[in-house]
Write a new protein. Structure first.
Length: 96
């Protein structure tokens, strides 16, 4: 995908009401629906200890936020970022 647009949703997830969510590192989270593309800025994290699990944590937080807030994208992205930030601040992928 060279560019994220509303037609991307139809190509990637043709189901009615689908949303495509793309995280762009420490820059932004992009959410595309058939109605348009919204960009949510990401506050830089001062220190990343380990990236292991950061994306999974974002996904879990996003889904939980989506369900808890009736599908409101801003709230879902905020929850996803909150969870991801917690994971990025500690060593992951290891047993203690």
């Amino acid at each position: 995908m060279d560019e994220l647009g509303t037609d991307t949703v139809a190509r990637v997830a043709p189901k009615r009401g689908a949303t495509v969510v793309v995280t762009n590192g420490a820059i932004a989270v992009l959410c595309a629906t058939r109605d348009g593309v919204r960009s949510f800025p990401v506050e830089p994290l001062e220190q990343v200890v380990d990236r292991t699990g950061g994306g999974d944590a974002f996904d879990a937080g996003f889904i939980a936020g989506w369900l808890a807030h009736g599908g409101e994208l801003g709230a879902a992205v905020a929850e996803g970022l909150k969870c991801s930030r917690q994971v990025l601040r500690q060593i992951g992928g290891s047993r203690r």
